[in-house]
Design a binder for this molecule. Structure first.
Ligand code: S5P
Length: 463
């Protein structure tokens, strides 16, 4: 049985599951690997033992010791097939008799090879190695079926143990995608996980991202964020023009984007947008009119360039739902490209029970690919693709994640940037409703920036 057959069989018997799981380490994960039931499938158990043996056949060892309990039958199988003695580590110390933790015959100084099914942090392996060491038994090598790539290999290496894993979780995901009879939801989840993992391992700085995009405004924004050291977009959802200008002036130095809903301003006058542009120039931020266009191409073209607001004249960035399809974007792009503007597509929303399904999100990303000169990226709750040209902006960000009475849901800046891989946090009431909006903006700015700097250090993707 080769790796592909083994992984697809493990999926078929339910040893690889997708959902929402809490791992032994306390971390949550959408993937659960449960190899306990392979003892009910002798062919699979034999295949696992064979694969592991291939990985360690050239290592030097006198005995094998499986990490209790799942790896015990695997170690037994290898011991029988290759006539290598086995040791067993008791998890609980015996309260009677010899009270020893390691069962079997051994001599101090002999080499034991540890067998494990799945490595996450490597903690259980280290515990086993410690108990063996207490008896004077040396460990140099560890064989495992799957390395979840969550830092286990590195922490074992620090203690001078070499991990020989037959499969990494990345390989398992790739095999499942190509060969397993997945449901549509599982296929989408795996695609997303692969994209996230690729992205996390190749996380690039904002400055570096500028070279990947085809939209000129996105380049300008990446550079601005990098130089000004802010990934904060302020959602200035106020109804008075005067208040909007006062906030833009006061908070301007803290932000990379000022987001407006121009149609909620009760005393709108065209001079307001002239003043906004002046402040944008003075404090170096971009203006994003959160208009959420969602009509046929002909209508959005008129809404964008004309009406009372003449949005195209003053808003650097606009957004649109992808619902009406490709040609709507053509309607916006005619004006937008002339004016060197940018468009964000709404790929996900923050509100409860919204109708933007995973398929809708995936199709939105596919639509964006057809307009790389105009589309900057997405309004989304998380990074959706490993393509570095797109920028991700996340609304529904608050330091307290309580939500409001009308369906808004919140994540923290840390969750948005570090865990979900977004690039810009959009904060409205978290700042507006604070006693001191400037102090609150500074707080969100540093939380967002710290999360970004932390994300650049991230090497081991947590899946
Ligand atoms: O999914 C979304 C998309 C957007 S653009 N959820 C959102 O909340 N928004 C906008 O972000 C919303 O229209 C509002 O202007 C802002 C969030 O405001 P807050 O006060 O809840 O932070």
């Amino acid at each position: 049985m080769d790796k592909v057959q083994l992984v697809t069989s493990l999926y078929k018997i339910g040893a690889i599951k997708f959902g929402h799981f809490t791992l032994k380490s306390g971390q949550t994960s959408p993937i659960y690997l449960n190899l306990r039931q392979v003892i009910s499938y002798p062919d699979l158990l034999r295949a696992i033992a064979n694969l592991l043996w291939e990985k360690i056949r050239s290592c030097r060892f006198d005995s094998l010791c499986g990490v209790p309990y799942t790896a015990l039958p695997i170690a037994t199988c290898m011991s029988l097939q290759h006539s290598v003695p086995m040791l067993i580590r008791r998890k609980e110390k015996k309260a009677y008799g010899t009270k020893q933790k390691i069962e079997g015959v051994f001599k101090p100084g002999e080499h034991c090879l540890i067998i494990e099914d799945v490595v996450t942090s490597g903690g259980s392996i280290l515990e086993t190695a410690l108990d063996l060491a207490e008896e004077g038994i040396q460990v140099m090598d560890v064989a495992a079926l799957i390395d979840r790539e969550q830092g286990g290999k590195e922490s074992l290496h620090q203690k001078n143990y070499n991990l020989h894993a037959a499969l990494t979780l990345s390989e398992v995901l790739a095999i499942l995608l190509n060969s397993a009879p997945l449901s549509e939801a599982e296929r989408l989840l795996i695609n997303q996980l692969i994209a996230e993992r690729t992205h996390i391992s190749q996380r690039k700085s904002y400055a570096a991202r500028a070279s990947f995009c085809k939209n000129e405004l996105t380049k300008k924004l990446w550079t601005l964020m990098d130089e000004k050291r802010t990934n904060l977009a302020f959602s200035a959802d106020v109804t008075s023009g005067e208040e909007l200008l006062a906030l833009a002036d006061r908070l301007g130095p803290e932000i990379c984007i000022l987001k407006t809903h121009i149609d909620i301003i009760e005393d709108f006058h065209p001079e307001l947008t002239v003043q906004l542009r002046r402040l944008a120039q003075q404090h170096q931020f971009l203006i994003f009119e959160d208009r959420k266009f969602a009509d046929i191409g002909h209508t959005v073209k008129l809404q964008y360039a004309g009406g009372i607001y003449h949005i195209a004249d003053w808003a650097d960035i606009i957004n649109a739902h992808s619902l009406p399809g490709l040609r709507m974007i053509t309607g916006l792009a005619e004006t937008g490209l002339k004016m060197k503007r940018g468009l964000l597509l709404l790929a996900q929303m923050s509100s409860t029970n919204n109708l933007l399904t995973p398929e809708y999100t995936e199709k939105t990303v596919a639509i964006a690919k057809q307009f790389p000169e105009f589309v900057m990226g997405f309004i989304a709750q998380k990074k959706l693709s490993s393509d570095p040209q797109w920028i991700y902006m996340t609304p529904g960000v608050h330091l307290s994640t309580e939500g409001d009475a009308l369906g808004q849901q919140y994540v923290t800046p840390q969750q948005a940037i570090l865990e979900n891989g977004s690039d810009v946090i959009i904060v409205g009431r978290g700042i507006l409703k604070a006693k001191d909006p400037l102090a609150a903006a500074k707080l969100y700015r540093s939380a967002g920036w710290e999360a970004y700097e932390e994300s650049l250090k991230q090497v081991a993707p947590a899946v």
